[in-house]
Design a protein around this ligand. Structure first.
Ligand code: HGY
Ligand code: MN
Ligand code: MN
Length: 409
């Protein structure tokens, strides 16, 4: 192997300490103290590796290896450095640190490439603090939605206020765009069980699913929990339960569609008060956007019926749409060749999870390498990939970067 498996693993464990809890879970939300510590640690590692480092206007941490041809379009590689609440050590960070390892190896081997390579630690992919994700990659791709900067956390602080407090200049978000770009290559853990079940070390992503994120608010009529008989109540919690069961059933009718309610807030939220309103999230995804729309269309009718029967009002607001992304066929073929050459067991598979790469859809060709997740655990502390699989992934990424960036022999 060319890459240094131990160095990659040691960095993973070191970054996994920042924001960690005694139970082994990690929380690094955007523009928090832990996020700043991770940024500073990354700057140190990238600088020591020999990259030219800068932090852009929204907090992407970027290390550049200049290519020999200053006019050649850039090759982007990396992944995110934030986590979900109580997440694991591998989601995002394995891809970012594998990119760093691959490019450090290129530097140490004194290899020259034609295209400049950008190793990117993307800002706030998970969107767990502001309910709005992919901020860093959308800014670099030049497709940031300015309303995302106005999204608020649970304390009412907007993303742009938090960024300014952390020392960034969100008003300049358009300066983050990197252009022209030749391609993007991201390594990530699989976050599901396909590779593990089949005994395969790596995967080649066929494409990334489409995602719609909604906020649903149901307003009913509050009152005393003991004094009001069951008949005639307008309880939004009961309406919500039916709505959630219905969306789950409707999503199951489609081939790829998955629907998840991940947050619920009841108001006023006391045990002895019928709620006035409930607000919850709907994360609905599929490989086919038509499936999502078909499911939501059926929900329109079901929703109307629930409104009438319970005397409640149901409002559905779109928070974010993340388009799916097919990966580039020639790049998939090149990855396949590299994996075969290294005798690494692999297969092609779809990504149901979202990734920074999908924001380059229509901008440049994209490819993704998946590393086996043991038992498929992800977005939880048990997330794990073996050092051997991580090293395989980083080695393939190294060879792929040399190919895409045009090694000069
Ligand atoms: O939600 C996702 O798919 C990703 O982990 N951000
Ligand atoms: Mn994630
Ligand atoms: Mn991720």
């Amino acid at each position: 192997m060319d890459i240094h498996a131990d160095r990659l693993w040691n960095r993973l464990m070191a970054l996994g300490q920042i924001g960690s809890y005694p139970d082994g879970s990690i929380t690094r939300l955007s523009c928090t103290k832990e996020d700043g510590l991770a940024r500073d640690w990354l700057i140190g590692e990238m600088t020591a590796a020999g990259l030219e480092v800068y932090v852009d206007a929204v907090g992407n941490v970027i290390g550049r290896l200049s290519g020999e041809d200053a006019n050649a379009p850039a090759v982007l590689t990396g992944s995110h450095y934030d986590t979900v609440r109580h997440g694991g050590r591998f989601d995002g960070t394995l891809g970012l640190l594998s990119s760093l390892e691959a490019v450090q190896t290129i530097i140490e081997q004194k290899k020259k490439v034609r295209h400049t390579i950008y190793v990117i630690g993307y800002k706030d992919e998970e969107g767990n603090r502001f309910g709005f994700g992919m901020t860093g990659s959308r800014c670099i791709a030049g497709i940031m939605d300015p309303e995302g900067l106005e999204a608020k956390d649970s304390d009412g602080i907007t993303m742009k206020e938090a960024m300014a407090q952390a020392g960034y200049t969100p008003a300049d978000y358009q300066t983050c765009k990197i252009s022209p770009v030749k391609c993007s290559i991201e390594l990530h853990i699989e976050q599901a069980t396909v590779l593990d079940r089949e005994g395969l070390s790596l995967g080649i992503v066929e494409g990334i699913a489409h995602l719609l994120l909604y906020q649903i608010k149901i307003t009913g009529h509050s009152g005393h929990a003991g004094a009001n008989p069951m008949k005639g109540r307008r309880d939004p919690v009961v309406a919500m339960s039916e709505w959630i069961c219905a969306v789950t059933k409707e999503a199951s009718k489609e081939k790829y569609c998955v629907a998840t309610i991940g947050t619920i807030q009841a108001s006023p939220g006391s045990f002895n008060v019928i709620c006035e309103s409930v607000t919850f999230s709907l994360d609905i995804r599929s490989m086919s956007v038509d499936e999502i729309h078909a499911c939501l269309k059926r929900m329109d009718d079901i929703q109307e019926e629930i409104e009438k029967r319970h005397g409640v009002m149901i409002e559905r607001t779109l928070v974010q749409e993340l388009k799916g992304c097919p990966c580039d066929e020639p790049m998939k073929n090149r990855l396949e060749d590299i994996m075969a050459r290294n005798s690494i067991p692999h297969k092609r598979l779809m990504s149901g999870a979202g990734h920074d790469s999908q924001n380059y859809n229509g901008i440049c060709p994209c490819a993704m390498i998946f590393v086996r997740s043991i038992d498929g655990y992800s977005h939880r502390k048990e997330e794990y990939s073996t050092p051997e699989d991580c090293a395989n992934g980083a080695q393939v990424l190294y060879e792929m970067l040399l190919a895409e960036a045009g090694e000069i022999r």
